[in-house]
Design a protein around this ligand. Structure first.
Ligand code: COA
Ligand code: NAP
Length: 261
Protein backbone atom coordinates (compact mmCIF):
# COMPACT_ATOMS: atom_id res chain seq x y z
CA UNK A 1 0.00 0.00 0.00
CA UNK A 2 1.17 3.55 -0.72
CA UNK A 3 2.60 5.24 2.39
CA UNK A 4 0.95 8.53 3.42
CA UNK A 5 2.53 8.78 6.90
CA UNK A 6 2.14 12.35 8.22
CA UNK A 7 0.55 13.55 4.98
CA UNK A 8 -2.39 15.92 5.43
CA UNK A 9 -5.58 14.94 3.60
CA UNK A 10 -8.87 16.89 3.42
CA UNK A 11 -12.00 15.14 2.13
CA UNK A 12 -15.02 17.32 1.32
CA UNK A 13 -18.12 15.14 1.51
CA UNK A 14 -16.03 12.57 3.37
CA UNK A 15 -18.56 11.42 5.95
CA UNK A 16 -20.28 8.58 4.08
CA UNK A 17 -20.15 6.26 1.10
CA UNK A 18 -17.35 6.37 -1.44
CA UNK A 19 -15.70 9.46 0.04
CA UNK A 20 -15.61 8.02 3.57
CA UNK A 21 -14.07 4.88 2.05
CA UNK A 22 -11.37 7.10 0.53
CA UNK A 23 -10.86 8.97 3.83
CA UNK A 24 -10.48 5.67 5.71
CA UNK A 25 -8.00 4.34 3.16
CA UNK A 26 -5.82 7.43 3.55
CA UNK A 27 -6.03 7.08 7.35
CA UNK A 28 -4.96 3.43 7.12
CA UNK A 29 -2.03 4.56 4.96
CA UNK A 30 -0.87 6.85 7.77
CA UNK A 31 -2.38 10.22 6.83
CA UNK A 32 -3.96 12.82 9.09
CA UNK A 33 -7.46 13.15 7.65
CA UNK A 34 -10.02 15.96 7.90
CA UNK A 35 -13.57 15.48 6.64
CA UNK A 36 -16.31 18.02 5.94
CA UNK A 37 -20.05 17.65 5.37
CA UNK A 38 -23.28 19.35 6.39
CA UNK A 39 -24.58 17.18 9.20
CA UNK A 40 -22.78 17.28 12.54
CA UNK A 41 -23.83 13.72 13.46
CA UNK A 42 -22.30 12.33 10.26
CA UNK A 43 -19.13 14.36 10.85
CA UNK A 44 -18.85 13.02 14.40
CA UNK A 45 -19.42 9.41 13.32
CA UNK A 46 -16.87 9.67 10.50
CA UNK A 47 -14.16 11.25 12.65
CA UNK A 48 -14.73 8.53 15.28
CA UNK A 49 -14.22 5.86 12.58
CA UNK A 50 -11.07 7.59 11.35
CA UNK A 51 -9.63 7.87 14.87
CA UNK A 52 -10.41 4.19 15.47
CA UNK A 53 -8.08 3.40 12.57
CA UNK A 54 -5.35 4.95 14.67
CA UNK A 55 -4.42 8.31 13.19
CA UNK A 56 -5.32 11.93 13.80
CA UNK A 57 -8.66 13.10 12.44
CA UNK A 58 -10.83 16.17 12.51
CA UNK A 59 -14.22 17.08 11.19
CA UNK A 60 -16.11 20.16 10.06
CA UNK A 61 -19.86 20.60 9.74
CA UNK A 62 -20.24 22.90 6.75
CA UNK A 63 -21.93 23.18 3.36
CA UNK A 64 -19.65 23.18 0.32
CA UNK A 65 -21.90 25.87 -1.16
CA UNK A 66 -20.66 28.23 1.58
CA UNK A 67 -17.24 29.46 0.40
CA UNK A 68 -16.33 31.17 3.68
CA UNK A 69 -17.12 28.06 5.74
CA UNK A 70 -15.12 25.81 3.42
CA UNK A 71 -12.24 28.25 3.44
CA UNK A 72 -12.24 28.42 7.25
CA UNK A 73 -12.15 24.61 7.52
CA UNK A 74 -9.20 24.36 5.16
CA UNK A 75 -7.36 27.16 6.98
CA UNK A 76 -7.95 25.50 10.37
CA UNK A 77 -6.66 22.17 9.07
CA UNK A 78 -3.50 23.76 7.69
CA UNK A 79 -2.97 25.78 10.88
CA UNK A 80 -3.04 22.58 12.96
CA UNK A 81 -1.27 20.13 10.68
CA UNK A 82 0.68 22.17 8.13
CA UNK A 83 0.37 22.40 4.34
CA UNK A 84 -2.26 20.19 2.72
CA UNK A 85 -0.98 17.28 0.61
CA UNK A 86 -4.23 15.87 -0.78
CA UNK A 87 -7.64 17.48 -1.33
CA UNK A 88 -10.61 15.31 -2.29
CA UNK A 89 -13.78 17.03 -3.52
CA UNK A 90 -16.63 14.51 -3.46
CA UNK A 91 -19.75 16.16 -2.03
CA UNK A 92 -22.70 15.63 -4.35
CA UNK A 93 -26.46 15.36 -4.60
CA UNK A 94 -28.48 13.17 -6.91
CA UNK A 95 -31.99 11.94 -7.61
CA UNK A 96 -33.86 10.78 -10.71
CA UNK A 97 -36.04 13.38 -12.42
CA UNK A 98 -37.10 14.13 -15.96
CA UNK A 99 -36.08 17.63 -16.99
CA UNK A 100 -39.72 18.59 -17.54
CA UNK A 101 -40.47 17.79 -13.89
CA UNK A 102 -37.34 19.40 -12.44
CA UNK A 103 -37.67 22.86 -10.87
CA UNK A 104 -35.03 25.48 -11.55
CA UNK A 105 -34.16 25.36 -7.87
CA UNK A 106 -33.69 21.59 -7.94
CA UNK A 107 -31.33 21.90 -10.95
CA UNK A 108 -29.48 24.72 -9.17
CA UNK A 109 -29.19 22.74 -5.93
CA UNK A 110 -27.31 19.88 -7.58
CA UNK A 111 -25.14 22.16 -9.72
CA UNK A 112 -24.33 24.25 -6.64
CA UNK A 113 -23.38 21.25 -4.48
CA UNK A 114 -21.38 19.38 -7.13
CA UNK A 115 -19.85 22.07 -9.33
CA UNK A 116 -19.78 25.28 -7.29
CA UNK A 117 -18.91 23.15 -4.26
CA UNK A 118 -15.95 21.64 -6.09
CA UNK A 119 -14.77 25.06 -7.23
CA UNK A 120 -15.10 26.34 -3.66
CA UNK A 121 -13.13 23.45 -2.16
CA UNK A 122 -10.33 23.48 -4.74
CA UNK A 123 -10.03 27.27 -4.99
CA UNK A 124 -10.11 27.76 -1.21
CA UNK A 125 -7.40 25.12 -0.80
CA UNK A 126 -4.87 27.05 -2.93
CA UNK A 127 -3.24 29.18 -0.17
CA UNK A 128 -2.85 26.11 2.03
CA UNK A 129 -1.46 23.59 -0.46
CA UNK A 130 2.00 22.07 -0.28
CA UNK A 131 3.70 23.57 -3.34
CA UNK A 132 5.20 21.67 -5.03
CA UNK A 133 3.66 18.29 -4.29
CA UNK A 134 -0.04 18.67 -3.52
CA UNK A 135 -2.63 16.63 -5.40
CA UNK A 136 -6.30 17.50 -5.90
CA UNK A 137 -8.87 14.84 -6.78
CA UNK A 138 -12.53 15.38 -7.61
CA UNK A 139 -15.20 12.69 -7.80
CA UNK A 140 -17.12 12.97 -11.04
CA UNK A 141 -19.28 10.45 -12.95
CA UNK A 142 -19.80 9.10 -16.47
CA UNK A 143 -22.84 11.40 -16.74
CA UNK A 144 -20.28 14.16 -17.35
CA UNK A 145 -19.73 12.93 -20.91
CA UNK A 146 -22.66 10.53 -21.48
CA UNK A 147 -25.95 12.40 -21.87
CA UNK A 148 -28.34 10.53 -19.57
CA UNK A 149 -32.11 11.03 -19.31
CA UNK A 150 -33.38 11.67 -15.75
CA UNK A 151 -29.95 13.12 -14.91
CA UNK A 152 -29.80 16.55 -16.59
CA UNK A 153 -28.75 18.23 -13.33
CA UNK A 154 -25.97 15.68 -12.69
CA UNK A 155 -24.81 15.68 -16.33
CA UNK A 156 -24.40 19.46 -16.24
CA UNK A 157 -22.75 19.54 -12.83
CA UNK A 158 -20.28 16.72 -13.42
CA UNK A 159 -19.35 18.02 -16.90
CA UNK A 160 -18.39 21.25 -15.18
CA UNK A 161 -16.26 19.37 -12.65
CA UNK A 162 -14.33 17.71 -15.47
CA UNK A 163 -13.53 21.10 -17.02
CA UNK A 164 -12.59 22.58 -13.64
CA UNK A 165 -10.21 19.62 -13.30
CA UNK A 166 -8.56 20.19 -16.66
CA UNK A 167 -8.39 23.97 -16.31
CA UNK A 168 -6.84 23.88 -12.84
CA UNK A 169 -4.37 21.23 -14.04
CA UNK A 170 -3.15 23.79 -16.59
CA UNK A 171 -3.14 26.77 -14.23
CA UNK A 172 -1.60 25.05 -11.19
CA UNK A 173 0.78 22.59 -12.85
CA UNK A 174 3.55 25.19 -12.78
CA UNK A 175 3.34 25.23 -8.97
CA UNK A 176 3.81 21.47 -8.88
CA UNK A 177 0.16 20.77 -8.09
CA UNK A 178 -1.58 17.88 -9.88
CA UNK A 179 -5.34 17.98 -10.47
CA UNK A 180 -7.30 14.87 -11.48
CA UNK A 181 -10.74 13.27 -11.17
CA UNK A 182 -12.13 9.76 -10.77
CA UNK A 183 -15.40 8.70 -12.38
CA UNK A 184 -16.72 5.72 -10.40
CA UNK A 185 -19.10 3.21 -11.93
CA UNK A 186 -22.00 1.81 -9.90
CA UNK A 187 -20.63 1.24 -6.39
CA UNK A 188 -22.30 -1.17 -3.96
CA UNK A 189 -23.79 -0.01 -0.65
CA UNK A 190 -23.90 3.68 -1.47
CA UNK A 191 -26.52 6.38 -1.22
CA UNK A 192 -25.95 7.17 -4.87
CA UNK A 193 -26.90 3.71 -6.11
CA UNK A 194 -29.82 3.43 -3.70
CA UNK A 195 -31.21 6.51 -5.46
CA UNK A 196 -30.32 5.46 -9.02
CA UNK A 197 -31.28 1.77 -8.68
CA UNK A 198 -33.94 1.49 -5.97
CA UNK A 199 -35.34 -1.88 -7.17
CA UNK A 200 -33.75 -5.30 -7.64
CA UNK A 201 -34.70 -5.12 -11.34
CA UNK A 202 -32.76 -1.90 -11.72
CA UNK A 203 -29.81 -3.33 -9.78
CA UNK A 204 -29.71 -6.34 -12.09
CA UNK A 205 -29.85 -4.06 -15.15
CA UNK A 206 -26.88 -2.09 -13.82
CA UNK A 207 -24.93 -5.28 -13.14
CA UNK A 208 -25.70 -6.53 -16.64
CA UNK A 209 -24.52 -3.25 -18.15
CA UNK A 210 -21.06 -3.50 -16.53
CA UNK A 211 -18.59 -5.45 -18.72
CA UNK A 212 -17.02 -6.91 -15.54
CA UNK A 213 -20.56 -8.00 -14.47
CA UNK A 214 -20.51 -6.64 -10.95
CA UNK A 215 -20.97 -3.48 -8.95
CA UNK A 216 -17.73 -1.87 -7.82
CA UNK A 217 -16.71 -1.64 -4.18
CA UNK A 218 -15.65 1.38 -2.16
CA UNK A 219 -12.22 -0.24 -2.03
CA UNK A 220 -12.05 -0.27 -5.84
CA UNK A 221 -12.32 3.53 -5.70
CA UNK A 222 -10.09 4.15 -2.67
CA UNK A 223 -7.27 2.06 -4.15
CA UNK A 224 -7.39 4.12 -7.34
CA UNK A 225 -7.50 7.36 -5.32
CA UNK A 226 -4.45 6.42 -3.24
CA UNK A 227 -2.53 5.52 -6.37
CA UNK A 228 -3.55 8.60 -8.37
CA UNK A 229 -2.61 10.95 -5.51
CA UNK A 230 0.76 9.25 -4.96
CA UNK A 231 4.24 9.71 -6.40
CA UNK A 232 3.57 6.63 -8.54
CA UNK A 233 1.30 8.85 -10.64
CA UNK A 234 3.61 11.87 -10.53
CA UNK A 235 3.35 12.73 -14.26
CA UNK A 236 -0.44 12.41 -14.43
CA UNK A 237 -2.53 15.56 -14.31
CA UNK A 238 -5.77 16.75 -15.89
CA UNK A 239 -7.21 13.26 -16.33
CA UNK A 240 -10.66 11.88 -15.60
CA UNK A 241 -9.98 8.25 -14.68
CA UNK A 242 -12.91 5.86 -15.06
CA UNK A 243 -12.96 3.25 -12.29
CA UNK A 244 -16.14 1.63 -13.45
CA UNK A 245 -15.71 -1.97 -14.60
CA UNK A 246 -16.08 -0.61 -18.13
CA UNK A 247 -19.70 0.55 -17.74
CA UNK A 248 -19.12 3.77 -19.67
CA UNK A 249 -18.09 1.73 -22.72
CA UNK A 250 -21.76 0.90 -23.19
CA UNK A 251 -22.50 4.58 -23.76
CA UNK A 252 -25.65 6.50 -23.05
CA UNK A 253 -28.03 3.72 -24.03
CA UNK A 254 -26.76 1.24 -21.41
CA UNK A 255 -26.85 3.89 -18.67
CA UNK A 256 -30.30 5.03 -19.75
CA UNK A 257 -31.73 1.50 -19.77
CA UNK A 258 -30.46 0.84 -16.24
CA UNK A 259 -31.56 4.26 -14.99
CA UNK A 260 -35.10 3.96 -16.36
CA UNK A 261 -36.12 0.74 -14.58
N1 COA B 1 -36.97 15.05 -7.41
C1 COA B 1 -37.18 16.30 -7.88
N2 COA B 1 -36.85 17.43 -7.18
C2 COA B 1 -36.28 17.26 -5.98
C3 COA B 1 -36.04 16.00 -5.43
C4 COA B 1 -36.41 14.85 -6.19
N3 COA B 1 -36.22 13.60 -5.73
N4 COA B 1 -35.46 16.16 -4.22
C5 COA B 1 -35.36 17.49 -4.01
N5 COA B 1 -35.86 18.15 -5.07
C6 COA B 1 -35.98 19.59 -5.22
C7 COA B 1 -36.78 20.25 -4.10
O1 COA B 1 -38.18 20.12 -4.31
C8 COA B 1 -36.28 21.68 -4.20
O2 COA B 1 -36.86 22.34 -5.30
P1 COA B 1 -38.07 23.44 -5.07
O3 COA B 1 -37.52 24.48 -4.16
O4 COA B 1 -38.36 23.92 -6.44
O5 COA B 1 -39.22 22.65 -4.46
C9 COA B 1 -34.82 21.52 -4.59
O6 COA B 1 -34.69 20.20 -5.12
C10 COA B 1 -33.88 21.66 -3.42
O7 COA B 1 -34.31 20.77 -2.41
P2 COA B 1 -33.71 20.86 -0.94
O8 COA B 1 -34.23 19.67 -0.19
O9 COA B 1 -33.94 22.22 -0.37
O10 COA B 1 -32.16 20.73 -1.27
P3 COA B 1 -30.94 20.47 -0.33
O11 COA B 1 -29.89 21.38 -0.75
O12 COA B 1 -31.34 20.44 1.11
O13 COA B 1 -30.58 18.93 -0.73
C11 COA B 1 -30.54 17.30 -2.52
C12 COA B 1 -29.98 18.60 -1.93
C13 COA B 1 -31.93 17.57 -3.05
C14 COA B 1 -29.64 16.89 -3.66
C15 COA B 1 -30.65 16.17 -1.46
O14 COA B 1 -31.17 15.02 -2.09
C16 COA B 1 -29.33 15.84 -0.80
O15 COA B 1 -28.97 16.46 0.19
N6 COA B 1 -28.56 14.86 -1.33
C17 COA B 1 -27.24 14.46 -0.75
C18 COA B 1 -27.06 12.96 -0.74
C19 COA B 1 -27.05 12.37 -2.13
O16 COA B 1 -27.77 12.79 -3.02
N7 COA B 1 -26.19 11.35 -2.28
C20 COA B 1 -25.95 10.73 -3.55
C21 COA B 1 -24.73 11.32 -4.17
S1 COA B 1 -24.51 10.63 -5.81
P1 NAP C 1 -23.08 9.87 -0.25
O1 NAP C 1 -22.78 8.77 0.73
O2 NAP C 1 -24.41 10.52 -0.18
O3 NAP C 1 -21.91 10.95 -0.10
C1 NAP C 1 -22.12 12.32 -0.26
C2 NAP C 1 -21.35 13.05 0.80
O4 NAP C 1 -21.40 14.44 0.55
C3 NAP C 1 -21.91 12.84 2.22
O5 NAP C 1 -20.82 12.83 3.12
C4 NAP C 1 -22.76 14.09 2.45
O6 NAP C 1 -22.87 14.33 3.86
C5 NAP C 1 -21.92 15.12 1.69
N1 NAP C 1 -22.67 16.27 1.18
C6 NAP C 1 -23.80 16.27 0.41
N2 NAP C 1 -24.16 17.54 0.15
C7 NAP C 1 -23.24 18.33 0.76
C8 NAP C 1 -23.08 19.74 0.84
N3 NAP C 1 -23.94 20.59 0.26
N4 NAP C 1 -22.02 20.22 1.54
C9 NAP C 1 -21.13 19.38 2.14
N5 NAP C 1 -21.24 18.05 2.09
C10 NAP C 1 -22.29 17.54 1.40
O7 NAP C 1 -22.91 9.39 -1.76
P2 NAP C 1 -22.03 8.35 -2.62
O8 NAP C 1 -23.00 7.56 -3.41
O9 NAP C 1 -21.01 7.67 -1.81
O10 NAP C 1 -21.32 9.37 -3.65
C11 NAP C 1 -20.05 9.95 -3.38
C12 NAP C 1 -19.49 10.60 -4.64
O11 NAP C 1 -19.31 9.60 -5.65
C13 NAP C 1 -20.36 11.67 -5.25
O12 NAP C 1 -19.55 12.70 -5.78
C14 NAP C 1 -21.08 10.95 -6.37
O13 NAP C 1 -21.54 11.81 -7.38
C15 NAP C 1 -19.97 10.04 -6.85
N6 NAP C 1 -20.42 8.86 -7.58
C16 NAP C 1 -21.08 7.88 -6.91
C17 NAP C 1 -21.46 6.71 -7.58
C18 NAP C 1 -22.12 5.58 -6.84
O14 NAP C 1 -22.21 4.47 -7.37
N7 NAP C 1 -22.57 5.79 -5.62
C19 NAP C 1 -21.18 6.59 -8.95
C20 NAP C 1 -20.54 7.62 -9.61
C21 NAP C 1 -20.15 8.76 -8.92
P3 NAP C 1 -23.98 15.32 4.50
O15 NAP C 1 -25.31 14.76 4.14
O16 NAP C 1 -23.66 15.33 5.97
O17 NAP C 1 -23.75 16.67 3.90
Amino acid sequence: MTDYTNKVVFVAGGTSGINLGIAEAFARAGAKVAVLSRRQEKVDAATARLRAIGGEARGFAADVRDYEAVSAALAATAADWGPLDVIISGAAGNFLSLAADLSANAFKSVVDIDLLGTFNVLKASWPHLRKPGATLLSITAAQSWLPTPLQIHVCAAKAGIDQVTRTLAMEWGGAGVRVNAIAPGPIADTEGMSRLAPTSTAQQAWTDSVPLKRYGTKQDISRAALWLCSEQASFITGVVLSVDGGVALGGSSAMTRAMSL
